[in-house]
Write a protein that binds this ligand. Structure first.
Ligand SMILES: *Cc1c(COP(=O)(O)O)cnc(C)c1O
Length: 384
């Protein structure tokens, strides 16, 4: 099956919702049993049989199974946010007194978790240049337990040569985790490239309407048990209404992403030609440093990219941002509405990061008309 078909069929093969196309939204804490015997054996139940609300209801299992099929993994689990998916996946992979490697381009709250909670627990956290490729070998120690990747990286959009890294990590039994939020399971399947755990903030494109917080982790065979064990102990479940919205969003992911991609390419190419702009960071652009890896490994690009303005100008950024009409400022991305925010990656990057203090921005291209969005950006640049 092609992915467009798979996305529609996924999670529905064994449905017994009385003919309804979608699963019911089951609100439950208590799941009662018929008798004593059923009660004492409740822990032995396997999905989609319910045990207790926190472990998931029919609604949860439908989304988990959909994502598992798309990622071609052994097990997917739903979390209350992208961040709880990330921190749970990390906690399921790190070992006592170990050393971990994290891409320097990682999403900032992931970095904060590593620098605070993990360091306090005695884990040695080391960042590496996302462009390291197989030079990752030089950083690996005897006690390295995990490598955390995000490709393309947050704010700066460097593409990581994932197969070059997993080739080394897999032979040394080092777990590789990858934040796959940007590409979604539609445009990249990390498990096929040797990654052990693929992570999504489903708050972004999968939900797609800026109204839900949701996270998902998909594990391969070797990592499924430890992920399930950790998750069971943490209690970071999502509510059924949010999960339902995630599932609803997923079904239209392909049509939305194709439009996000088409418009983002038009806008990125246009931005590149503007005299005020020094750089556009979008791996789908043919002259982007990450283009070759993106073309080799990914099936498409989403609508999120970065750009910088030429340095040493007397620009009024505040004026520019306030003059934008269609683009608004706000955290998160991947919704139907366009966003543009100023970013400051140099404030926390530590490894070989050359882009000093140029004005940097992140654009989430929404589903509006691309040329209306271009007009808006031009007004913004005129107000610099
Ligand atoms: C937003 C984001 C997250 C966190 O997701 P939440 O659902 O906001 O917790 C994780 N990774 C990336 C790359 C993100 O952009």
């Amino acid at each position: 099956m092609k992915k467009s078909t798979k996305i529609i069929r996924s999670g529905r093969e064994n449905n017994n919702y009385g003919g309804a196309v979608n699963p019911p939204v089951i609100h439950a804490s208590t799941i009662t049993t018929k008798n004593y015997k059923e009660y004492i054996n409740i822990e032995k139940r396997k999905d989609p049989e319910m045990k207790y609300g926190r472990v998931g209801t029919t609604t949860t299992f439908a989304l988990e199974e959909s994502i598992r099929e798309l990622e071609e993994g052994a097990k997917s689990l739903i979390f209350s946010s992208g961040l709880s998916a990330i921190t749970s996946a990390i906690l399921s992979s790190v070992k006592k007194n170990s050393h971990i490697l994290v891409t320097d381009s990682v999403y900032y709250p992931t970095r904060r978790f590593c620098n605070t909670i993990l360091k306090d627990l005695g884990i040695e956290v080391q960042y590496f240049d996302p462009l390291s490729g197989n030079k990752i070998n030089n950083y690996i120690k005897n006690n390295t337990s995990m490598i955390f990747l995000e490709s393309p990286g947050s704010l700066t959009f460097e593409m990581i040569d994932v197969p070059a890294i997993t080739k080394i990590a897999n032979t040394k039994h080092i777990k590789v985790l990858l934040d796959n939020t940007w590409a979604t399971p539609l445009f990249y399947q990390p498990l096929k490239h040797g990654v052990d755990l693929s992570i999504h903030s489903a708050t972004k494109y999968i939900s797609g309407h800026s109204d839900v917080m949701l996270g998902i982790v998909t594990a391969n065979n070797e990592s499924a048990k430890s992920l399930e064990k950790t998750t069971l102990s943490l209690g970071v479940n999502a509510g059924p209404d949010d999960i339902y919205l995630g599932l609803r969003g997923l079904k239209t992911l392909e049509v939305r992403l194709k439009k996000h991609q088409e418009s983002a390419l038009i806008i990125a190419q246009w931005l590149k030609k503007q005299p005020e702009v020094s750089k556009v960071m979008y791996p789908a652009l043919i002259d982007d440093p990450g283009y070759d890896i993106w073309k080799r490994d990914f099936d498409g690009a989403s609508g999120l990219f970065g750009f910088t303005l030429k340095g040493k100008q007397n620009y009024n950024i505040e004026n520019m941002m306030n003059s934008l009409n269609l683009f608004t400022m706000g955290a998160s991305w991947g919704g139907f509405e366009s966003l543009c925010i100023p970013t400051w990656p140099h404030k926390y990057r530590t490894e070989n990061y050359k882009n000093t203090s140029e004005s940097s921005f992140r654009v989430s291209v929404g589903l509006e008309d691309a040329y209306d969005l271009i007009k808006d950006l031009r007004v913004g640049l005129d107000n610099l």
